[in-house]
Write a protein that binds this ligand. Structure first.
Ligand code: ATP
Ligand code: MG
Length: 564
């Protein structure tokens, strides 16, 4: 995948759109994003959203948000609200063009009656199982059933009684009369309508007859004047039926055109609403917006920016062949964005006390620390410094391993923007654990300068113990242990590849006082530790942070290797 090449040329979908506008086939481009409200949107949907809204914006057209709500049993109001929030958050706007497929049910029935009248549809009394059995296979043609020869008048009467609620669930269906011997199984008299006595979250209790997706979708597109109906590759074989519906229902020109592209697959990521729902229902995660979830709301809570997701969608582009994208590319896009704009802060996640023996008790200095070295306009902030500090446990070793340049007895390090300190010893508890590191500071190195030019190899972050604010920090790892979500051993459940250590909670962290009162959603870089985001679980007394992503950019290294 050419990750960083500029997209000077149009992708194959944009080429089609450009050509259709140039030829005058369409005056404006109209696309749609058509989620089924049966779960929260995920990063795969984000690809489709960026594509559909992006094309509309680029070519001066419009993009509709349409709920493909033809299956009432799995759809909920909660999902509808989440979808709208997520699309908006990604930075897209459907204006007044919000639609529900269920609002078209009446018209869809009229088209069903038209098809019956034309001899293009019939009511079939086969059970779902019989329909399946008679459908045939890729190598065997299907077999017709006795109901196929039913008169239009009889079918029409039965269809109306189906709608009126005279028959139980599954008793009859309305089917297209096309070709039971077609090489394309989707054309072997597909079901258009089924009986389902179930209330609908948008249409209420009005219906017990629901259209099938393949029949409904082209009609929804035609009703809304969609010009380019962009969907994922698995619908390629459904396209002849899409066109059949448009033609046989005698919809006016110009017809919408279905175009398929490869869905997004990401390493270490489950991308099916059914499986994500399972994680939520079984309590494997805390909810749809758990920061480990690949949902838009999970990514948001984790600290992702909409800019990073849009950049990612741009870089992966659209193709006609299925592939798996390395999740490190998504993280790379995120780091690039956060590096530009996240304020730097000091935080200590695994605290160890550092006492400066020659620093006056009770003295407090304020050091000016730059908020973002990448952005001089971001200014500076004041960070208090005192005799007792917190440092990371990792930044001290009583017996240093080779190439360890941080604190150990006798060694000198820089405390970022403050002073150089030299380790004088360590106080240990009965079990032999370091509980307090002792050091002295050199007042001549104020601000971290070394007037005599002497070098130190490590710069540590720190917090004045008496001034720091308490925090809980949640560190996340991949949700899956395998890059391929389908790489499950035979006989095992897909959840057998869930990572049991995907979250680590550190309750006793400290952050600098300038963060007190930070609002949920605020993103920062904790120096040397990574990017973090304030979680809504924060309380007045204690901030909670999610680690968004570490600082180490493996994708940049992969790219370097590929170039080198
Ligand atoms: P899932 O397979 O995850 O359950 P879905 O396809 O059933 O998703 P829909 O609500 O029907 O979910 O999808 C809405 C739109 O998003 C469709 O146009 C679909 O093609 C697109 N979409 C869904 N998943 C992906 C993906 N992984 N990559 C790109 N587009 C996707
Ligand atoms: Mg779907």
């Amino acid at each position: 995948m050419a990750a960083s090449e500029p997209t000077a040329t149009l992708d194959f979908i944009r080429e089609i759109v450009a050509a259709d506008l140039a030829s005058g086939k369409h005056a404006t481009v109209v696309t749609r994003f058509p989620p089924e409200p049966n779960g929260y949107l995920h990063i795969g949907h984000a690809k489709s959203i960026c594509l559909n809204f992006g094309i509309a914006a680029q070519f001066g057209g419009r993009c509709h948000l349409r709920y493909d709500d033809t299956n009432p049993t799995k759809e909920e109001r909660e999902y509808i609200e989440a979808i709208e929030r997520d699309v908006r958050w990604l930075g897209f706007d459907w204006g007044t063009h919000l639609y529900f497929a269920s609002d078209y049910f009446e018209r869809m029935v009229a088209w069903g009656e038209l098809l019956i009248g034309k001899g293009k549809a019939y009511v079939c009394d086969c059970t779902a199982e019989e329909v399946r059995q008679r459908r045939g296979t890729l190598t065997e043609p299907g077999r017709t059933c006795p109901h196929r020869d039913r008169s239009a008048a009889e079918s029409l009467d039965l269809f109306r009684r189906m709608r009126a609620g005279e028959f139980p669930d599954g008793a009859r269906t309305l089917r297209a009369r096309i070709d039971m011997a077609s090489g394309n199984i989707n054309m072997r008299d597909p079901v258009l309508y089924r009986i389902l006595h179930a209330a609908h979250p948008h249409a209420g209790a009005a219906w017990c007859l629901y259209p099938m997706y393949d029949y409904a979708h082209p009609l929804e597109d035609a009703i809304e004047g969609i010009t380019h109906s962009i969907c994922t590759l698995e619908f390629e074989d459904h396209r002849p039926f899409y066109d059949w519906v448009i033609d046989e229902c005698e919809l006016p020109e110009p017809h919408p055109r279905q175009i398929e592209f490869a869905r997004l697959n990401l390493t270490y990521t489950v991308m099916s609403k059914r499986k994500l729902l399972q994680l939520v229902q079984e309590g494997v995660v805390s909810g749809w917006d758990d920061p480990r979830m690949p949902t838009i709301s999970g990514l948001r809570r984790r600290g992702f920016t909409p800019e990073a997701i849009r950049d990612f969608a741009d870089r992966i582009g659209v193709a006609k062949r299925d592939s798996v994208v390395d999740v490190q590319l998504l993280e790379h896009c995120l780091r690039e964005d956060l590096n530009r704009r996240a304020a730097r802060k000091f935080a200590v996640l695994r605290p160890l006390k550092l006492v400066i023996e020659n620093y006056p008790e009770g003295q407090v200095e304020q050091f000016e620390v730059p908020n973002n070295p990448e952005d001089p306009a971001a200014g500076t902030r004041r960070v208090p410094f005192a005799r007792e500090l917190w440092i990371e446990q990792d930044d001290f070793r009583e017996t240093p391993p080779p190439k360890y340049y941080r604190l150990f007895p006798g060694n000198e390090v820089r405390l970022r923007s403050a002073y150089l300190v030299r380790c004088t010893g360590v106080v240990k508890d009965a079990a032999g654990n370091a509980v307090e590191v002792r050091c002295t500071y050199d007042p001549a190195t104020r601000g971290g300068a070394t007037p005599d030019g002497r070098k130190v190899k490590a710069t540590l972050h720190w917090l004045a113990a008496a001034h720091a604010a308490p925090a809980e920090v949640r560190l996340y790892d991949r949700l899956l242990t395998k890059p391929d979500a389908g790489d499950v051993e035979e006989g095992q459940d897909w959840k057998s590849i869930l990572n049991p250590d995907s979250v680590e909670v550190l309750p006793g962290c400290w952050v600098e006082p300038s963060l007190a009162g930070a609002a949920p959603g605020e993103r920062v870089q904790f120096e040397r530790l990574g990017y973090f985001c304030v979680d809504p679980d924060s309380t007045a007394g204690k901030l909670v942070f999610n680690r968004t992503v570490t600082l180490r950019d493996s994708w940049a290294k992969i790219e370097e290797k590929q170039k080198g």
